[in-house]
Design a protein around this ligand. Structure first.
Ligand SMILES: Nc1nc2c(c(=O)[nH]1)N[C@H]1C(S)=C(S)[C@@H](COP(=O)(O)OP(=O)(O)OC[C@H]3O[C@@H](n4cnc5c(=O)[nH]c(N)nc54)[C@H](O)[C@@H]3O)O[C@H]1N2
Ligand SMILES: Nc1nc2c(c(=O)[nH]1)N[C@H]1C(S)=C(S)[C@@H](COP(=O)(O)OP(=O)(O)OC[C@H]3O[C@@H](n4cnc5c(=O)[nH]c(N)nc54)[C@H](O)[C@@H]3O)O[C@H]1N2
Ligand code: SF4
Ligand SMILES: [Mo]
Length: 694
């Protein structure tokens, strides 16, 4: 394990999108204090329990610090050079026999939280030349990217709610008080939400569960899972019918206003009340309040993107902000301008989707990736191009992607697998070689991604605060070593790339300047950037993209089909980080949290008592968990957290496996996707629940 350097260190937490500044005191090689940095220009002292758990991560005896090679069910340590050779040979062997596409890649969530990986993995991954690329994007925010591409010309042109200046915050399918904000980098969301209310503004939450955010809001309304597109169309309908739809400043460079209004005309509030579960008068009232607020913003996160109409939802959210003069306007949805700007060199009209299709199910690529919901098909469907080798980088798809148990079985059948990952977990146990990078406090960090999603333009560079053990490697060293063996070439280390990008960026700064400000550099709140920043071919906003309009008829099925008796949704928890931090002792105190929440009416109908063990069944599988009866969930809706299911043998997760829970993704269904974008449609999975044993 690496040695921490003594002193007081200021660095950003890179565990989630909030990128909080932390102050960490190390004495005698041990962390004696870790707190939010009160002087941080952006996070101002905010911290959550996961931030403190960086200490556990660093000290975790289960965390791998040297490569492992699997022989049958046994793991043996090997040297790095031998490991690299094995990996390159294993991959090249499969390519030689089965072709480039026989290698699949899966990039998990921590990739985007880690500048070393972000900036250095590309060379190696491109050298693999496979089209079978997958990532956590398609179990998360793919619909946001698709809407941004269709409307603004680039997947990364994501409008962010300007929560610090808004008077009206309409939140759908997001729980920022627990998730700490997503596609909304705004550390300390509890305070920011409170501030909206204290300045006389209003916060309204639309969610099938009375979430922690809902509890802190002015209003909360239950909505039936997966019906938000109907609700948003009805809001648009009511605003337009009241004569309050207008584009204002956007008018000269926006197309599709009339087509959008025409589309909404088919969805009056009275029509959507039954399927959504929100009555027409309430919808009209919410519409009026939104349109009449001086500055309002509608924001929807994964409750709106991991559902069958995710693409429509993200389009309609942007459109709603646009037609109420709240797009690209303070207090509405705005585009940050980060110091390291990934769009710096982007050309108009160059981003496209659907250039090729997946072999087995014919699903379209997006940004060079296929939806991970079809990974299993590519592993199992025989014929040329079948995936025979697998590379995972910072991902745990066995627990995080739909039909997880089926994926688990399919991975056991591979010819070769390598994981770049610090844990031997439910996914990496299938690898032939595990290459563990240094992580957390051990690595330098500049947040390349999340400044693009932030409510304030800031910059912060974090030094590594540890000296690596001889056996350890940084992630970028691993990728460069693999790339060198594959191609004969290597690239610059991350800090050089960061410096270059900062120099070329909008503030013309550099790494030394940013480094000289360990509490962060503040460039102020976002300013309007349209039409200049648009990347559509004609530099215009498209309010009614043809792909979105073409998906509307599919919505009609919502009226035709009765909802399932019970629909499953997820539940993020403050002390979880997707699937991978359950080995941190301080996050696991207090017993089993992997409970199925269900409404008293649904419990009574099934003679289920609080704390009873219940079996939850879906088309794809079944799990047994304790029941938690609560009126915080809508009748007809049950909720299970994701990221549990640590009961598999052959892992090295001594803490997590003590309270393993069950995986919600043993219930979700790889055939349930948003047909427009291919994103997994977790929310609203039909389930049955019975007492166990019955
Ligand atoms: N049903 C359901 N499923 C979901 C969700 C849901 O809400 N409901 N949420 C989805 C979402 S939003 C996401 S983002 C995905 C996440 O899905 P994944 O990214 O597949 O899963 P994680 O649990 O984030 O696992 C991260 C992996 O990265 C490793 N890791 C951690 N830090 C580093 C690092 O610095 N470098 C490297 N190389 N590895 C590292 C960990 O050991 C772990 O193996 O799950 C999705 N799945
Ligand atoms: N503590 C913690 N923080 C995290 C994570 C974590 O695992 N733990 N994961 C991180 C990641 S990778 C991400 S992507 C973000 C996600 O950030 P958020 O999107 O804020 O995360 P969730 O808490 O899953 O919020 C989704 C909400 O949608 C609701 N919902 C479910 N289905 C529907 C629906 O059909 N309609 C509507 N209107 N609502 C619905 C759920 O009840 C839930 O309250 O969080 C990040 N932060
Ligand atoms: S909110 Fe996110 S960035 Fe802040 S301390 Fe918690 S995990 Fe780290
Ligand atoms: Mo995510």
């Amino acid at each position: 394990m690496s040695a921490l350097r003594d002193g007081i260190h200021l660095r950003a937490c890179n565990l989630c999108e909030a990128i909080c500044g932390l102050a960490i005191t190390v004495e005698g090689g041990a962390v004696v204090d870790l707190r939010g940095d009160a002087a941080d220009v952006f996070s101002k002292g905010h911290i959550c329990p996961k931030g403190s758990a960086l200490i556990d991560l660093h000290a975790d005896p289960d965390r791998l610090t040297a490569p492992l090679r699997r022989r049958g069910t046994q793991w043996e340590p090997i040297g790095w050079d031998d490991a690299y050779d094995l990996v390159v040979r294993g991959l090249q062997d499969v390519v030689a026999r089965c072709g480039d596409d026989a290698v699949a890649i899966y990039l998990g969530n921590p990739n985007v939280h880690n500048s070393g990986t972000m900036l250095s993995s590309g060379g190696f991954l491109r050298a693999l030349r496979t089209r079978n690329r997958f990532s956590a994007t398609s179990v998360d925010q793919l619909p946001h990217h698709r809407a941004a591409l269709e409307m603004f010309g680039h997947p990364l042109l994501l409008p962010i709610p300007d929560v610090d200046r808004t008077d009206h915050f309409l939140v759908l399918g997001a729980n920022p008080l627990v998730s700490n904000g997503s596609m909304l980098t705004a550390p300390g969301m509890r305070d920011r939400v409170r501030a909206i209310r204290e300045r006389g503004g209003r916060v309204i939450v639309i969610d099938p569960r009375r979430s922690e955010t809902a509890a802190a809001a002015d209003e909360h309304h239950f909505i039936r899972p997966g019906t938000d597109a109907l609700f948003l169309l009805a809001l648009m309908n009511a605003i337009d019918a009241a004569g309050e739809a207008r584009l204002g400043r956007l008018t000269p460079f926006t197309d599709g206003f009339d087509a959008l209004r025409a589309a909404a005309r088919a969805f009056p509030p009275e029509r959507v009340a039954a399927p959504t579960g929100i009555d027409a008068a309430t919808i009209r009232r919410i519409a009026r309040a939104f349109a009449s607020a001086p500055r309002a913003v509608a924001y929807g996160r994964i409750g709106l993107s991991t559902q069958p109409f995710g693409g429509l939802c993200q389009w309609l959210l942007n459109a709603l902000n646009a037609v109420t003069e709240n797009l690209d306007a303070p207090g509405g949805a705005m585009w940050p301008l980060p110091a390291f700007d990934l769009l710096q060199g982007a050309k108009r009209g160059q981003a496209h989707a659907g250039r090729w299709r997946s072999r087995a199910r014919g699903l379209p690529e997006f940004d060079g990736e296929f939806p991970v919901a079809t990974l299993i098909d590519e592993l199992r469907t025989p014929g040329p191009g079948r995936v025979r080798a697998f590379v995972t980088v910072a991902g745990n798809p066995v627990l995080s992607t739909p039909s997880g148990a089926e994926l688990d079985a399919a991975l056991a059948d591979l010819e070769f697998m390598v994981s770049v990952d610090p844990y031997l977990n439910e996914t990496t146990r299938h690898a032939d070689v595990i290459l563990p990078p240094a992580i957390g406090l051990e690595v330098e960090h500049y947040d390349v991604i999340f400044h693009h999603l932030a409510v304030r333009n800031t910059a912060r560079y974090s030094e590594a605060i540890a000296v690596l053990d001889e056996s350890q490697r940084y992630d970028w060293q691993i990728f460069e070593a693999l790339r060198l063996r594959m191609t004969g070439a290597t690239g610059a280390p991350p800090h050089v790339r960061i410096d270059r990008a900062l120099r070329a960026g909008p503030y013309r700064t550099n790494l030394d300047d940013v480094r000289a400000h360990p509490h962060g550099v503040d460039y102020g709140p976002p300013k309007p950037v349209l039409p200049e920043r648009l990347l559509t071919a004609d530099s215009r906003v498209q309010l009614a993209p043809p792909a979105m309009l073409a998906d509307l008829p599919r919505l009609e099925t919502m009226f035709a089909e009765p909802p399932p008796a019970l629909s499953l949704i997820g539940r993020r928890q403050l002390r979880s980080n997707n699937s991978w931090m359950h080995n941190a002792p301080r996050l696991m105190r207090g017993g089993d949290r992997c409970t199925l929440q269900l409404h008293p009416l649904d419990a009574d109908a099934r003679a289920i008592g609080d704390g009873d063990r219940v079996e939850v069944r879906s088309r794809t599988g079944a799990v047994v968990v304790p029941a938690e009866i609560t009126d915080a969930v809508m009748p007809g809706v049950v909720s299970l957290p994701h990221g549990f299911g640590h009961g598999h043998g052959g892992t090295r997760l001594s803490v997590a496996s003590e309270t393993p829970g069950a995986s919600i993704n043993d219930l979700t269904d790889r055939e349930r996707i948003d047909e427009l974008t291919g994103n997994a449609a977790f929310s609203g999975t039909p389930v049955e629940v019975v007492r166990y044993p019955a």
